[in-house]
Design a protein around this ligand. Structure first.
Ligand code: GLC
Length: 425
């Protein structure tokens, strides 16, 4: 079984490989996505390390001058996706979107170095990528935390990577749809519309893009100019973890300035994250910066902080919370609490389980010394794959495979998880 899964996972990665970048899946997502690429590189490293490094190199080759790494790179024209390059109009030589995504690349780079078989190759590629990833992290704290709170905000739900989470509902509702230009969605021709975001949400997604376009994609103006500013604990934790990892890597590569600056950002971030903890819900919460209030939504965004070096008692709290969630679903970890009124087990980020999230949380909880819950997360992840293949995401109660099929980062996570499970055995 194990070897069969490994072969299948490799096949998925090869099938979605476009030479210097991978598409998340054929059809639904025909370009390069930011955090998909970083996590997919972790899959490639099991059978082709040079190809894994190329994935991350290509991502950073499209970094903007100000440090931002865009969420989509439109390497080739493809009419099957909306919103395409003409809607974004960011004026890049190779078109890109103008917003970003969870900065997990720093973590991926460090892991690829730690596990490298070809150490010389790894160190030379990492040396080149280090200042680029660091510039991206500095860009975040500079442009997305103008008040210096230690926490960065996202200005579009797509930046979170958890596109249609319940977390964004109220904040997105307040975005006016006045003047939104008519458009035709393409996602619902590739995937079941019942699994996808609604039309009302899409209108607001597009309105935000229009707003940023009117600000000429000057990323120093977008935060203050955005009607949507939300602090996502999961997003911040990923940034913090990447800063921690770059700090370690910079020390190893003898780059003391980057090491010190990265360490300082990480420590500030961890301290600030504490303000998002909710004793009532037993997890972290998002915070709506526009109205200055927490968002009382029990989503997995409040559990992802386990990925960063949060205090031990907080990691233990997250482990307890996940155990609790395990009582109302068959397969951990649901992206939204199945007992909450807005839960929807098949609609994208409003309930389904995602392997990349399982992987990041399990990684953090392993570091934090929570092996029991980690074992269940890993076991559930593999049961999902065995039952339902390499889907984009899964119903956490029925295991129904949802969204796109033959999904790159799901396959990459299977290679990672199988490797870790073997090591733990
Ligand atoms: C969806 C997901 C996002 C992912 C993208 C490509 O938009 O919500 O996290 O990066 O698909 O897989």
């Amino acid at each position: 079984m194990r070897q069969k899964l490994i072969d299948q996972a490799e096949q998925v990665l090869r099938r979605n490989d476009r030479g210097s970048y991978t598409v998340p899946t054929h059809g639904l997502y025909p370009f390069q996505w930011n955090w998909d690429s970083a996590l997919s590189a972790l899959g490639f490293k099991h059978f082709d390390e040079a190809r894994a490094w190329t994935e991350v190199d290509t991502l950073f080759a499209h970094q903007w001058d100000d440090g931002m790494v865009p969420h989509i790179i439109f390497h080739e024209r493809d009419e099957g996706y909306f919103p395409g390059p003409d809607v974004w109009s960011t004026g890049r030589p190779v078109p890109t979107s103008g917003i970003t995504q969870p900065p997990v690349a720093g973590f991926a780079i460090r892991r690829m170095v730690d596990e490298a078989r070809d150490v010389d190759l790894a160190l030379s590629r990492a040396r080149d990528l280090l200042p680029k990833a660091h510039a991206w992290h500095e860009w975040f704290y500079r442009t997305r935390d103008p008040q210096g709170t230690g926490l960065v905000a996202i200005i579009h739900p797509w930046e979170s990577g958890r596109d249609n989470s319940v977390d964004w509902d109220a904040a997105l509702d307040r975005v006016s749809t006045e003047g939104v230009q008519p458009f035709q969605r393409r996602d619902i021709t590739h995937a079941n519309p019942d699994h996808r975001p609604t039309h009302a949400q899409y209108e607001r997604y597009i309105k935000l893009v229009q707003t940023f376009r009117e600000l000429d994609w000057d990323t120093s103006k977008l935060h203050d100019g955005s009607p949507f500013q939300v602090v996502d604990p999961g997003f911040n934790a990923i940034l913090i973890r990447s800063c921690e990892d770059l700090a370690d890597l910079a020390e190893r590569l003898d780059q003391p300035e980057i090491a010190a600056a990265s360490r300082a950002m990480a420590l500030r971030g961890v301290a600030a994250l504490e303000s998002l903890w909710s004793d009532d819900l037993g997890q972290y919460l998002c915070y709506d910066r526009k109205i200055g209030a927490p968002i009382l939504s029990p989503s997995v965004g409040g559990l992802i902080p386990a990925f960063a070096a949060i205090p031990e008692h907080r990691a233990a709290g997250i482990a307890r919370r996940i155990e609790e969630l395990g009582k109302s679903c068959e397969y951990l970890i649901p992206s939204h609490d199945p007992t909450a009124p807005d839960y929807d087990g098949r609609r994208y980020w409003r309930g389904p389980a995602w392997l990349i999230v399982n992987y990041m949380i399990a990684d953090g909880l392993t570091r934090a010394g929570q092996p029991e819950i980690v074992a269940r997360i890993m076991e559930d992840s593999l049961r999902l794959i065995e039952r339902s293949g390499f889907a984009e995401y899964y119903d956490p109660i029925t295991a129904e495979p949802c969204g796109g099929a033959h999904f790159t980062w799901t396959a990459a996570m299977v290679l990672e998880i199988l490797d870790q499970v073997r090591e733990a055995a």
